[in-house]
Design a protein around this ligand. Structure first.
Ligand SMILES: NC(=O)c1ccc[n+]([C@@H]2O[C@H](COP(=O)([O-])OP(=O)(O)OC[C@H]3O[C@@H](n4cnc5c(N)ncnc54)[C@H](O)[C@@H]3O)[C@@H](O)[C@H]2O)c1
Length: 421
C-alpha cells in the first residue's frame, strides 16, 4: 500500500462494507476487519452478501488492492482513520455493547498519535465519550483530543434503496472537541456529498435514535389504526392515501406485519434504556410502539385464522403459502423479521407452511418450513397465501388470481379473494 491514507473499518456488514468500498474508491487504502472468518473468505473471493454492493464493485477494489478484507488484527497497524461498525444488539432487553467494547480495545492496541477514530454503530447517547474514549485511552496510553481524534457519525443507509445511497445522503458528524470534529468532518467530506456537523457525540448519537424512534412510533400508529379501522369496517389504506395528499404536516407511513431488521426492533430500546437508567422513568412512546409493533405478527395470524374459519377451514393440516421472509422488500436481511414468528405460529398450529423468498438463503428458514417458488400453481394448491414482503420478483397479480384466499399485508394487490390488513 502506498501513500494513500490508511482506513480501518471494524465490522464488514451492512454498514461497514459499503463504507469500506466507498472509501477505497475515493483514495483510501482500506482494511476491512471482521471476526467472521467465513464472511471474510467470501469477501476475499469477491462475493458480496449485500444487495447494495455488487460483486463487480467489490472485485474492482480487491483487484487494485485498495480494499483488503481480513481477520488478522496485525493488519490494523498504522491506521490514519478507523471506523467502528459492529452490531449493537439487545441482551435480555438491555443494550449489549460487548462488540463495541471489543472493537475499541482492539483499536487501542494499534492507535498512534494523530489518528482518528469514529464510532458508527447505533447506540445510546453517551457511548462514545463514556465507553469508547476511556477504552482507547487506557489501551493506548494516549490522550483523546490531545493525541488522537474521536467522534461519532450515525449511519443512514437504507438497504435496497437505489435513490438514497451512502454518498448522496447527508451525514451527521461529531467530535469530542473542535479538532476532532474537524478531523471527522474532513474524513467524511471525502466520502459523501454533504456533512452535517453537530456540537457533540451525544447529539449525533441521539439524532440517530430520534430518526429510528420516529419511524418506529409512526409505524406503530398506523398499525394500531389498521387494526381498529378493520374492526370498524373502514378502509385504512384509503384513509392513508387521502391523508398523504396533504402537502404539509403529514408523512406517509403504512401498516405491515411488524417491524424487523437491525434498527427498528432494537434501537428505540437503547434510548428507552438510557432514559430509564439515567432518569428512572419509562420512555412511554417507545414502550408503547414496541408493544404494538411486536404484536403485529399475532394479529396477522389471527386474521388468517378468522378468514379460514369463515371458509369452514382449520389451520391444522392445511397448506399455507407465505410470501417473503426478509424484513423488507428486495433485501435478503431476515434479522428480527416478523415473517419468522408468523411462520413459527402457523407451524405450531399444525399448518404445512411453505415459504417463498428469492433473496434469503436457506439458513434463515424457520424450523418446519419448506422453501418453494412462488408460482400460481403453488398458490392454487394452498388454502391461503399471505403476502408479507412485496419483493419485485413476486408476480402478485398472477398469485392473487390463483390463490383461493390471499391476505395482503402490504396493500399491493386486489381481487375478490384478497383481503388487506
Ligand atoms: N443495517 C442497517 O441498515 C443499519 C443502518 C444504520 C445503522 N446500523 C447500525 O450499524 C451497526 C452495524 O450494523 P450492521 O447492519 O452493519 O451489522 P452486521 O451484523 O451486518 O455487521 C456487523 C459485522 O461486525 C462483525 N463484528 C462483530 N464484532 C466484531 C468485532 N469485535 N470486531 C470485528 N468485527 C466484528 C460481525 O461479524 C459482522 O460481520 C449497528 O449498530 C446497527 O444498528 C445499521
Amino acid at each position: 500500500m502506498g501513500s494513500r491514507p490508511k482506513l480501518v473499518v471494524i465490522g464488514q456488514g451492512y454498514v461497514g462494507l459499503p463504507l469500506a468500498l466507498r472509501a477505497a474508491e475515493v483514495g483510501f487504502d482500506v482494511i476491512g476487519f471482521d471476526l467472521d472468518g467465513a464472511k471474510i473468505k467470501r469477501l476475499e473471493a469477491g462475493e458480496s452478501a449485500i444487495e447494495d454492493v455488487s460483486d463487480e464493485r467489490l472485485r474492482a477494489a480487491l483487484d487494485d488492492s485498495s480494499y483488503l478484507p481480513t481477520v488478522d488484527p496485525a493488519a490494523l497497524t498504522g491506521f490514519d482513520v478507523a471506523v467502528v461498525s459492529v452490531p449493537t444488539p439487545l441482551a435480555g432487553g438491555n443494550p449489549d455493547l460487548s462488540h463495541i467494547t471489543a472493537a475499541a480495545r482492539l483499536l487501542a492496541a494499534h492507535l498512534v498519535a494523530g489518528a482518528t477514530v469514529v464510532l458508527e454503530s447505533t447506540t445510546y447517547p453517551g457511548t462514545t465519550e463514556e465507553l469508547v474514549l476511556p477504552l482507547l485511552e487506557d489501551g493506548s496510553g494516549l490522550v483523546a483530543g490531545r493525541d488522537f481524534h474521536l467522534g461519532y457519525s450515525p449511519e443512514r443507509i437504507d438497504p435496497g434503496n437505489p435513490d438514497w445511497r451512502l454518498e448522496n445522503t447527508p451525514k451527521v458528524v461529531s467530535g469530542i472537541d473542535d479538532t476532532s470534529l474537524a478531523a471527522v468532518t474532513a474524513f467524511y467530506d471525502r466520502l459523501v456529498a454533504e456533512t452535517v456537523p453537530v456540537s457533540s457525540p451525544a447529539v449525533a448519537e441521539l439524532t440517530k435514535l430520534l430518526e429510528n424512534t420516529f419511524r418506529h412510533v409512526n409505524i406503530a400508529l398506523v398499525n394500531e389504526l389498521a387494526i381498529y379501522a378493520h374492526d370498524l369496517g373502514i378502509d385504512v389504506w384509503a384513509a392513508i392515501d387521502a391523508a398523504s395528499t396533504k402537502p404539509f404536516g403529514y408523512l406517509r407511513f403504512t401498516p405491515g406485519p411488524g417491524v424487523g431488521g437491525h434498527c427498528l426492533p432494537v434501537d428505540p430500546s437503547y434510548l428507552s434504556w438510557r432514559v430509564r437508567q439515567s432518569l428512572g422513568v419509562p420512555f412511554r412512546f417507545v414502550e408503547l410502539a414496541n408493544d404494538v409493533n411486536a404484536h403485529m405478527p399475532d394479529y396477522v395470524v389471527r386474521r388468517l385464522i378468522l378468514a379460514l374459519n369463515q371458509r369452514h377451514l382449520p389451520v391444522n393440516g392445511q397448506r399455507i403459502l407465505l410470501l417473503g421472509l426478509a424484513y423488507k422488500r428486495n433485501t435478503g436481511d431476515a434479522r428480527e423479521t416478523p415473517s419468522r414468528p408468523i411462520a413459527e405460529q402457523l407451524v405450531e398450529l399444525g399448518a404445512e407452511v411453505v415459504l417463498a423468498d428469492p433473496h434469503v438463503d436457506d439458513r434463515a428458514l424457520p424450523a418446519g418450513v419448506t422453501r418453494v417458488d412462488a408460482t400460481p400453481e403453488l398458490a392454487a394448491s394452498a388454502v391461503a397465501t399471505v403476502l408479507l414482503v412485496d419483493h419485485d420478483e413476486f408476480d402478485l397479480e398472477a398469485l392473487a388470481a390463483a390463490a383461493p384466499y390471499l391476505l395482503d399485508t402490504r396493500h399491493r394487490v386486489s381481487g375478490p379473494q384478497v383481503e388487506h390488513l
